[in-house]
Ligand binder design. Sequence first.
Ligand SMILES: Nc1nc2c(c(=O)[nH]1)N[C@H]1C(S)=C(S)[C@@H](COP(=O)(O)O)O[C@H]1N2
Ligand SMILES: [Mo]
Length: 559
Amino acid sequence: METLNRPDEWKIEQGLSGAKLPFLDQSGGETVLIAPHKWEGFVKDEAAIKSVGDPNKLFTRELDGWKGYVEWEKYPEKKAKAHKILTSQTFPPNPEYQMGPIPDTNPVLPGTHWKMWHHAVGGELTSIPDDSWAIVLREKHPDMLHLLQFPYNGEPPKRLVTSKAVTPNPLHFVRNHGGIPLIEKDKFSFVLDGLVANPKTYTLDDIMNESRFPRMEKLVTMQCSGTRRIEQISLYPGQGDEVPQAPWAEGAIGTAKYVGISLKKLIKDCGGLIDGAKHLEFYGADTYFKNDEVMNYLVSVPWSKVKANEVILAWEMNGEPLPKIHGYPLRVVVLGYIGARSVKWLYRIKALKDPSLAPVQRKEYLYFNQQVGKHNQRPTAGIQIQEMPVSSAIMSPWQKQVVIHNGKIRCKGWAYSGGGRWPERVELSADGGFSWYEVPVENLSEKHKWTWRTWEFDLPCDVEGWIEIVCRCWDNSLNTQPLSVRAAWNWGLHVTSSAHRISVYSINKSRALTKDRLAKFEHIGAPLAPLTWPEEFQTQSWEEYNAYFEKNGPRDVDD
Ligand SMILES: Nc1nc2c(c(=O)[nH]1)N[C@H]1C(S)=C(S)[C@@H](COP(=O)(O)O)O[C@H]1N2
Ligand SMILES: [Mo]
């Protein structure tokens, strides 16, 4: 039969392939369909690319002993050349991971065009995707969930996120915007310049010298503002570039003990700030691509934060030298701020009057009003995210899981608050957030000013069938979480701080009927899981059935 339908027409009509739906433009007289853009394949202007010059001479290693570090910020003309190469050809489109089916693979997303951009620019960038993946395999736990292979973004599986209150290094989440620079410790130094009285260069030995700078040791939870983004995505998709908006679950949070020095002391060592400097800009040696431009990873924090001794330059993580993937040999750790400000592979600190003009600071990590989106967004409409609000998450059980219990469901999770606030109370609800039980204080891990608390709780639950378990935290300032994802939804999909909700199917074995039925499944050897398979036996004898109606009367009554 001839048909106008596509094979997946039903799925598309049902919104199960949302990205394939045409837009309806009803703004004119008649409705016009706007079909999703189709990529037209590779176009490459070889002559234009060749005219730029030899990448092996243009895009070179900036410093001996710093593999994969290409300096961009000092050389506008070099940036322009990379831009020309990138705009003289086309690359594959953004993968659809919000409205389309998510692949069943680990890594979930390969980062195809990010790899291609590195290869297209060439020179020192050529081997970075392979070198970075080799580091992932060497430094990370084999059970990590790789959301994006390159630039590497990965989180531990739920069962390991809160298995320890201090996250072992191999299980700490990783969030990269580019490749991993491989820096030799002996060749390492960084500069502190800009609006300071005496700009200086420091080696690791300089800052590790305890007679010059007192050491700081802090237990710190680092949280990416994208944590739990998948909840926003699954209800209301938003901006969809796989690096800025990586589809994190609850694992983009981790806790470690960092050793380093307070940045404040270093600024003092440089004679202090001058000329009204109010912000400190951090430079990371990795290369980030955005809108066909190449750049190093740059962000800034206000001086007030540094002055409070809440910005550490750290070389040690959980008693080991910083792993390469976490910024070896030196990174910034900003207490209580989103992870994005804690720059890895630090090579420069610059004192400025205003916050960094870099795109990561000014155009990303923005928190928009709900009505802001692709159709109207401007960077000035977003709040630059700094401190994370209070949040929490359930690590066990899982969304859509069936739990057989005796009237209590064993739950585990974490709770965290940014800005130097801490979880003071964690509450769970088994009825969608109508009634709340308090997690006893002895079931929470220790409290510290800058860290999360992990928790465990046997949540009373009498009801059976689909229930909604909800978790929320109250921090020490009595801030708590909005109750719906929608209340906090935003175009950049940041800061999913709403109470964490999971749908669980409750089978309460403390009820006699349920207990007998489960025994029957076991006795016959009939499969109980999956839930949706019909049971393969008579659930009631005809005798029992007839006896019931004899006693209780027929289905219908005479009037
Ligand atoms: N140089 C550099 N620093 C960086 C990033 C990066 O891509 N490059 N990512 C930032 C972001 S967004 C986060 S959440 C944290 C994550 O730190 P981790 O990878 O050590 O867990 O690092 C931050 N520092
Ligand atoms: Mo992040």
